[in-house]
Design a protein around this ligand. Sequence first.
Ligand code: AMP
Length: 387
Amino acid sequence: MKRTIKDLKNIQDKRVLLRCDFNVPLDKYGDILDATRITASIPTIKYLNDQNCKLIICSHLGRPKGYDKFLSLFPVAVCLMKYFPNKVKFCPKVVGDEVKRDIAKMKSGDILVLENLRFDPREEENDPTFVKELASYADIYVDDAFGVAHRKHASNYGVALKLPNAIGFLIEKELNVFEEAFKNPKKPFVAIFGGAKVKDKLLLIKNIIGKADTVLIGGGMAYTFLLAEGINIGKSIVDLELVDEAKKILKEARGAGMKVVLPVDHVALKYDRVIKTNNLDADMVGLDIGKKTIKLFAEEIKHAGQIVWNGPLGKYEDKRFKMGTFMVAKAVAKSSAYSIVGGGDSVGAINTLGFANKIDHLSTGGGASMKLMEGKTLPAIEVIDTL
Ligand code: AMP
C-alpha cells in the first residue's frame, strides 16, 4: 500500500511540495472554463493546510514551448484564493532566486503557487538539475497529479525519488476505484470502448478478458474488429496491421465467455452526404454508431452492475456524428450500475450533457486511467514509498 498524506506524521511547520494537475481549460482572456481539476485537489490542499505546513504547489498547464503568458498558473492561484482566503500567494517563477526568497518568507499555514512547470523544458526531460532545485524547496513531497502519473517528469518522478513522499487523496481515490473495479467487479460488468487508437485499446480489451461479462466496441476502433470479422468497412478508419491481433482477441474473449457487441449500423459519409446504413459500401466512411447499435448498447448498459467506459463512439466533435457518444453517455448516466468513466473525450461528453453528478467516478486522468485499465502500473506512483 502506498503511503498517503494521512500517514505523514509531524508535518506541522514543514515545507511540503505538492504536485497537482491543474491543467485546466482557459479561454482567450485567461479565464478558467472548467475548474474540475482544481476542485478535485481541494481536499488534499485543505488537509495539508489544516496540518499547518508551508505548502508549495506546482503544476503544469497546457503544452507551452518556453514562457507563454496565456498558460500562466496565475488564474489557478486566483481560484485557490477563493478557497483559502489570505493564505495563497503566487510566485511568477518556477525556479530561481525569486522562488527561494518567497519560500524563505513563508509562514506555517501559507500556500505558495509556483508558475507553470512546463515553462522550463527540463520538467518533461526529468532533468537532474531541475529535480535537484525543486527538491531543495521542500522537506516532503506529495503527489496528487493523477493526470500525469503515467509520465516520468521531474516534478512527479524525479522529485519523489529525492524526498520523503506520499500520495494525496485524489490519487488515492483513483487507485482504489480502479483496483476495486477490476479485482471485485459488480456483475454484470460491462466495458464500453471507443476512440480511434486501436493499438492502445487492444490492451484494454486484453486486460478485461476474464473480468468483464460484456464488451461494447464502438468508435473508430470498431472498424478494425469488424474487418477482422470479415465485414465490409468501406473507407472507415482501420489499422490493417492489427486486424489479425483483433481476430485473436475476439476469439479469446468469446472463448472466455465474454459477450462482444460490435456495431450493426452506422452513420457514415458518402462523399459529403451523411447517411444511415446497416452496411458500409466501398465509398462510405463510418463515423458514428447507428440507432440499432445505440439500442443494443443501451440494453446492455441498462442491465449492468458495473460500467467502465473509455473513448467516444463516433467522431463526436462533429455534431453530425455525436449522437452515439451522447446517447451512450445518457444511458450510462441513467443506469443504476456503478459507473467509471475515463478518458478525455468520454468525460467531456458526460460534462457537456451535465451528467457528471450521475457518474460514480469520473477519472481526472485520460492516459493514466487507460494505463490502469490496461492493468499497468504508473511510474510516478511506483516511486512513492510503500507502508
Ligand atoms: P482515442 O484518443 O483513441 O480515445 O480517440 C478519440 C478520437 O477518436 C476522437 O477525436 C474521435 O473523433 C475519434 N473517433 C471516434 N470515432 C471515430 C470514427 N468512427 N472515425 C474516425 N475517428 C473517430
